[in-house]
Design a protein around this ligand. Structure first.
Ligand code: FES
Length: 168
C-alpha cells in the first residue's frame, strides 16, 4: 500500500515543473503585496505628517510699482490684492475693493465714475465714500507709503482715515 502511494506521488511532476504556482507561493505573493501596499501607505502618511500644516496666504503688504505707472485721476484695480490704487490731484489712496455689506468684490465702473457692488447694488465714489445701497459704511483706506527705492507700498493690515493721501 505504501509503495503504491509512493509510486503515485513520485509519478506526479512537481508544481514548479508544471509551470504552476503552488498554494504556498500564491499566499506568499499575496502577503508580500499587502505588506508592500501597507508600507507605501505608511510612507505617504509619514511624509504628509512631516510637512508643515500651514496655510500660505498672500502677504498683507504689497508693492504697487512706481507712482508714474498711475495716470492722474485714475482708479486701478489690483485683482490679486483686491485693492484700488486711486490717484487724484491730492495724491494716492489705497482703497479696499471688498464691499462693506457682505464682502463681495466690487468693480470700478469708469463710465459712471463709481465703484459698484454687483451683489446688492451698493455704490461708492472712487475714493470709497458710500453713495447708495445697503453697505453700512464706505470702503476702508489702507496705509500707502513710498519705499526708499521709490515704489508704492500698501499695508492692508493698517487702515487709515479717508482723505490721508500720499503726496508724491
Ligand atoms: S455685498 Fe455689496 S451690496 Fe451686498
Amino acid at each position: 500500500m505504501t509503495d503504491v502511494l509512493a509510486t503515485a506521488i513520485a509519478g506526479r511532476p512537481e508544481e514548479s515543473e508544471r509551470g504552476e504556482i503552488g498554494r504556498r507561493d500564491f499566499f506568499n505573493a499575496i502577503a508580500a503585496g499587502a505588506f508592500g501596499i501597507a508600507g507605501l501607505g505608511s510612507l505617504v502618511v509619514t511624509y504628509r505628517y512631516l510637512l508643515p500644516n500651514a496655510l500660505f496666504e498672500p502677504s498683507m503688504n504689497f508693492r504697487a510699482g512706481t507712482p508714474d505707472l498711475y495716470p492722474l485721476d485714475s482708479v486701478t484695480y489690483m485683482p490679486d490684492q483686491q485693492v484700488y490704487i486711486v490717484r487724484t490731484g491730492d495724491g494716492f489712496y489705497a482703497v479696499s475693493a471688498i464691499c462693506t455689506h457682505l464682502g463681495c468684490n466690487t468693480q470700478w465702473k469708469p463710465e459712471a465714475g463709481l465703484i459698484a457692488c454687483p451683489c446688492h447694488g451698493s455704490k461708492f465714489k472712487s475714493d470709497g465714500t458710500k453713495v447708495e445701497g445697503p453697505a453700512p459704511r464706505s470702503l476702508p483706506h489702507f496705509s500707502i507709503t513710498l519705499t526708499p527705492d521709490g515704489e508704492l507700498l500698501v499695508d492692508k493690515l493698517e487702515t487709515i482715515k479717508p482723505g490721508q493721501a500720499l503726496r508724491v
